[in-house]
Design a protein around this ligand. Sequence first.
Ligand code: GLN
Length: 484
Amino acid sequence: MHNKTLAELSAALQQSEVSSEELTRHLLQRIQSLDGKLNALVTVTEEHALAQARQADALRQAGNAGPMTGLPLIHKDIFCTDGVKTSCGSKMLDNFIAPYDATIVAKCKAAGMVMLGKSNMDEFAMGSSNETSFYGPVHNPWDLDAVPGGSSGGSAAAVAARLSPVATGTDTGGSIRQPAALCGVTGLKPTYGRVSRYGMIAFASSLDQAGPMTRSAEDAAMMLNVMAGFDERDSTSVEKAVPDYTQTLNDSLKGLKIGLPKEYFGEGMDQAVIDVINTAIKQYQELGAEVIEISLPNFALAVPAYYVVAPAECSSNLSRFDGVRFGYRCENPKDLQDFYERSRGEGFGAEVKRRIMIGTYALSAGYYDAYYLKAQKLRRLISDDFHKAFEQVDVIMSATAPTVAFKLGEKTDDPVTMYLSDINTIAVNLAGLPGMSIPAGFVNGLPVGLQIIGNYFDEQRLLNVAHQYQQVTQWHQQSPQDFA
Ligand code: GLN
């Protein structure tokens, strides 16, 4: 049952092959017996899940069920969940029970979905390996000594290990796509503004975007149908109609123009990964697509620009965690200064502190023009590269990450090497574009992700392009041996 996709489970529920309660119990059981190896979940909401499942079954019996009623999911622990701990992977929020639901959590609830629990993540979504979490690292189900990617590593590992057919994620610089790639699942980062950020704990507000992590593009389309849409409580959400993303999945790819940016196939990329991507591209040509070499000349500026913009925004967003209003508060402060210093000093981990310091520095008087303003200018150049490319092509493809999953501990002492694991994903966030990662093969038994980048609000096309590939390949159906 746990090997079924969301679409298959939806059909099974509709045909009364299984009840939501049975399905929920089965997955809770798997979580209980298998998550000890993975550490993918921070909180398991067993009672809550069973209550939601029974409610879903009652709705179905009364003839009031929709396509998502009774389907299980896991939310990344960055989304506020009413009455349930919302830690954001941090000691700072280890004692925080959210008093309300994030918009996407409310939407999933309203659709009748059942929350199994909350997934582990890098602290405040800062990281590429899930090793910055206060709750310890998540292990990759394909190799328990390897990282699952980050920051949505718990979500990716949970979906790959069949603990849940779907989990939510967030992507500020790659945090949906990179862990999806490293764990062999399908991840979609929508266009900035497509999905509400309300109730999603902010890291870098101009980059953050929520999206689904699933086992197929079809499932991602079903999830985006639920998650997308304007929200008056998020001033950057866009008032634009939400199409039915499942309707266009079967469109033909004949004549599709795929751009291959030469910068994404050069230095720093593992040749074995590139070989897998080239095979995937050939498959697309067989499906009728045309391949065009393009250039995104400012590629190399994305990581440096991001590591000014993201820390600058995080230094401002995280100033609210001062020991007064939310979360951790130090013991026996001497005075007010000591209270602030120790509450923040003890509550935040090393990576978060590093980012706050970089960001505060970049925003300070005298340095603002030299760093922050300069980074914003680079951001424009990077966006312009994409705008030009999309005059010529429909989608852009590359590897999602330059290598397959690396070993736990391998990059923790060298933040810059760690930052470079997002070199292929970060520019997409700086430009606000939608991007996906889908499984495309293996290197040394570890999954490789193909990144598909689309034009603004072109999620329908991304999902169509991903789905057509999944109709003729089986990479997305492979499961890690110990979790089959
Ligand atoms: N790995 C990147 C970082 O550490 C991106 C994280 C994310 O997308 N949340 O900032």
